[in-house]
Design a protein around this ligand. Structure first.
Ligand code: ADP
Ligand code: MG
Length: 236
């Protein structure tokens, strides 16, 4: 059965795109037919970190009614399929977020997992991905501002009829000034389903336009992403 996860946070820069790219790649590596779609249509980064920033047709053209979904699907590492958004502002202006649900319907006929990389914030294009997923995964950094924004995103998800699977704590250093896993679970009211450590190889991998799980498979963040993916895939 297909499973649609939206990767959301509230706050910007918490690691949504990094997590979407890496979880998607890990799921594909596990033999699961997986699509990753960049629904952060204004600040589209998924294509940039997966080496697809120059492609001619993106989700923008599909949502503008100028291309078919199949024309915006590209091969990523380990067999993951990627639907990037374009980097031009004009493309964003012409893209209609209300058509996202139709794109999703078309993709879910083809895969076992669809990972949707959501934008930060609570604008219309940010709320639609929360509503259309089977479950939302909150990406939080262990700090108060990130926790508060994630809580708003959780409440918003439930308001629009969606549900939250859990939270992934990213960029964790385990310093005692950080918000703990227990505190995060207590405040958000959801389980922390994985912890990704702060890992400088994440940024290095992005510079090589490759997910960290491919470029640095033995690094700590890669091991953590593989564990979460195995749980989602039900292979552990
Ligand atoms: P978002 O999509 O939520 O805006 P990104 O995935 O683009 O966030 O990540 C924001 C920045 O944080 C990027 O520079 C990325 O390389 C970096 N980053 C993400 N995860 C980690 C990590 N575990 N360790 C170190 N840097 C990270
Ligand atoms: Mg992003």
């Amino acid at each position: 059965m297909v499973k649609v996860y939206t990767i959301a946070s509230g706050k910007g820069g918490t690691g949504k795109t990094t997590t979407s790219a890496n979880l998607g790649t890990c799921l594909a590596e596990l033999g699961k037919e997986t699509y990753v779609m960049d629904a952060d249509m204004g600040m589209a980064n998924l294509g940039i970190i997966m080496g697809l920033e120059d492609v001619p047709i993106t989700l923008h053209e599909v949502l503008a009614g100028n291309a078919k979904v199949s024309e915006a699907v590209y091969d990523g590492p380990c067999g993951v399929k990627v639907v990037p958004s374009g980097i031009s502002l004009k493309g964003f202006q012409n893209a209609d977020p209300d058509k996202l649900r139709d794109v999703m319907r078309e993709l879910i006929g083809k895969c076992e997992f669809l990972i949707i990389d959501a934008p930060a914030g609570i604008s219309r294009d940010g709320v639609i991905p929360l509503a259309i997923a089977d479950e939302v995964i909150l990406i939080v950094n262990p700090e108060l501002s990130s926790m508060v924004d994630a809580l708003k995103t959780k409440i918003l998800t439930e308001l629009v009829g969606g549900s939250v699977k859990g939270a992934i704590l990213t960029r964790a250093t385990m310093e005692n000034t950080e918000v703990s896993k227990q505190k995060m679970e207590e405040v958000l009211g959801v389980k922390v389903i994985g912890i990704i450590p702060e890992d400088p190889n994440t940024r290095r991998a992005a510079a090589y336009k490759s997910p960290i799980v491919v470029k640095y498979p033995d690094s700590d963040a890669s091991k953590a992403y593989r564990r979460i993916a195995a749980n989602l895939a039900g292979t552990t």
